[in-house]
Design a protein around this ligand. Structure first.
Ligand SMILES: NC(=O)c1ccc[n+]([C@@H]2O[C@H](COP(=O)([O-])OP(=O)(O)OC[C@H]3O[C@@H](n4cnc5c(N)ncnc54)[C@H](OP(=O)(O)O)[C@@H]3O)[C@@H](O)[C@H]2O)c1
Length: 291
């Protein structure tokens, strides 16, 4: 377990997807170390229950909710401006929210939902908060990716909504490859700013991931919870990436089991990372002008 003697009082941390699984346990650990927390959740009652549970457990009541759906660019913009208007620093942004769909679902903005929530939402939220993170340096951005990136060999630039050849595992893995490439390009752009960006593979963890997919989702999810590691174990590398002094100044890394590791070569493709950045910017711009 990551050293919990670290004192985070005075530090402000934002965690997305905080109402379940790995995000909830990472938020609990950060609260236990005294951080002020902003929990980004889409459901008020689950968010409030999470905040109460964490406060009861840690004694830290310095926890606020930011409510919104990460399939919606408008919600992400509203959440970012709500936070920015508070004029608080931001020392840690943990982009953790994610989903696994067994079928192809499009967002209201026309994006494939796993790409939208697992990648585009990280990209947009980070972009909107970047100046505040820089002004709060030293600060860290942590993107929860996955070892599943090994299952695809590159970004499907020609068909990002997977109109042709949708396969659930492939499309999920593709979005997680996007997390690693985004992190690399972000780290490159942040050089010298005092803000670091690292990606994390949490391991295979029994969480709520995929549970919303009808009977199949319930079955897979029950098996995951029975046989895989607990969310508290799964949160360790995220927590490490958010706070460990060993990572001071270290950026652009892919971390697994609280250690840097080389991802697959296609996750170290800097040309693809730069292209993904430009394409993501274009998609976000198009989404903003359509709404
Ligand atoms: N579990 C694993 O084995 C594993 C392995 C590798 C990587 N990961 C990654 O770990 C991260 C956390 O997943 P988890 O395993 O902890 O799963 P989880 O228990 O299902 O948690 C996912 C979180 O994301 C939130 N979320 C999903 N769609 C959202 C949306 N449209 N708007 C706002 N929030 C949304 C969920 O909100 P609700 O609570 O409202 O549903 C939930 O809080 C994900 O990025 C996942 O890809 C997981």
């Amino acid at each position: 377990m990551v050293d919990s003697d670290i004192d985070l009082s005075g530090r402000v941390c934002m965690v997305t997807g905080a109402s379940s699984g790995i995000g909830r346990e990472a938020a609990r650990a950060l609260a236990g170390m005294g951080a002020e927390l902003f929990l980004l959740c889409r459901d008020r009652s689950r968010g409030e229950a999470t905040a109460k549970d964490i406060t009861d457990d840690t004694g830290n009541s310095n926890i606020s909710l930011l409510l919104g759906d990460l399939t919606s660019g408008a919600d992400i913009r509203r959440i970012a401006s709500t936070f920015l208007e508070l004029n608080k620093p931001l020392h840690v942004l943990l982009n953790n929210a994610g989903l696994f769909n067994t079928t192809r679902v499009l967002t209201p903005g026309g994006q494939e939902e796993m790409f939208a929530v697992n990648h585009l939402a990280y990209f947009l939220l980070t972009s909107l908060l970047l100046d505040r993170l820089k002004a709060s340096a030293p600060a860290r951005i942590v993107n929860v990716a996955s070892g599943a990136h090994v299952l695809v060999k590159g970004i499907n630039f020609e068909d990002l909504t997977f109109e042709d050849g949708f396969s659930a595992l492939k499309v999920y893995s593709h979005s997680k490859l996007a997390n690693i490439l985004f992190t690399r390009e972000l780290a490159r752009r942040l050089e010298g700013s005092g803000v670091t960006a690292n990606a994390v593979h949490p391991g295979a963890i029994g969480t709520g991931l995929g549970a919303q997919n009808g009977w199949l989702g319930t079955l897979i999810n029950t098996m995951m919870r029975l046989f895989l590691r607990s969310p508290a174990r799964g949160a360790q590398t995220s927590i490490y990436a958010c706070i460990s002094p060993e990572l001071d100044g270290m950026s652009g890394q892919y971390l697994e089991n609280c250690k840097a590791k080389r991802p697959k070569p296609w996750a170290e493709d800097d040309a693809a990372a730069e292209r993904l950045w430009e394409v993501s910017e274009g998609l976000i711009r198009a989404q903003a002008s359509a709404s």
